[in-house]
Design a protein around this ligand. Structure first.
Ligand SMILES: O=P(O)(O)OC[C@H]1O[C@@H](O)[C@H](O)[C@@H](O)[C@@H]1O
Length: 226
């Protein structure tokens, strides 16, 4: 059997939408929808699901699929004039059959390359031309790697700025066991308190009730909602 069939399967998912299944020999797998360029499932070798996908996810483009790993581009959250989290999660991506080489080549066999290019319709709301590439790769040990590469294809040489995020919905068995470390001394905006600014004091963030906070570290904002 061709390796494409063993490790990478192109098929139809919910509502006939195009999806790609990545499989590794020890049993781990991932599923990626071309709608939104979105990973919707990631299972370890014991077939345990590591991502959350809402039972209310509609799989009706151009609505974003609620769950998995949404791609937020060219805007994360409400930092800018576009709709929340930008438009990439609402667009149909294509399989990139001939991606430019990666600086460090890996030996992964379960991977897919996707590409999203500007549409002329979209240029009206975000006046830039771009290529947004995403490689989703599943390693032999079941590790999932997302690599994104964004290229400015503006014909007039004009630069643009953007924000980007992998908006990941993790599946959590017991929220009281979860600790997020490494945030001490960083400032955050609390979405449940009118985005008031606070400084994290503790050595770990824990979750006893609903939490929705955006942390800012240098140029990289990141956000937690439970
Ligand atoms: O509802 P959306 O647009 O998919 O956003 C999902 C979440 O995105 C997070 O970044 C926000 O902090 C949350 O408040 C929000 O619920």
């Amino acid at each position: 059997m061709a390796s494409e069939n063993v490790y990478v399967e192109h098929c139809k998912g919910v509502n006939g939408l195009d999806k790609v299944i990545l499989r590794e020999i020890r049993g781990s797998s991932a599923e990626v929808y071309l709608d939104g360029g979105q990973v919707t499932s990631w299972k370890n070798e014991f077939r345990e699901q590591l991502l959350f996908l809402s039972s209310k996810a509609t799989f009706k483009p151009p609505n974003a699929i609620r769950g998995g790993i949404q791609i937020c581009f060219p805007q994360f959250g409400t930092i800018g004039s576009l709709e929340q989290h930008g438009f990439a999660r609402n667009r149909l991506w294509s399989v990139d059959r001939d991606p430019p080489p990666f600086p460090a080549n890996t030996s992964h066999r379960a991977f897919v390359d996707l590409i999203l290019r500007h549409s002329e319709e979209e240029v009206k709301i975000w006046p830039h031309r771009y290529e947004c590439r995403l490689r989703v790769a599943l390693g032999p040990g079941g590790d999932l790697m997302l690599t994104s590469r964004i290229r400015n294809t503006n014909t007039d040489g004009k630069s643009f700025t953007f924000t980007f995020a992998y908006h990941t919905y993790f599946s959590v068995t017991d929220i009281s066991e979860v600790r997020v470390e490494g945030l001490e001394t960083l400032d955050y905006l609390d979405n449940l308190k009118n985005r008031e600014r606070f400084t994290e004091q503790g050595d770990a963030l824990t979750f006893e009730s609903e939490v929705s906070v955006d942390f800012h570290k240098q140029a990289y904002p990141f956000s937690w909602s439970f």
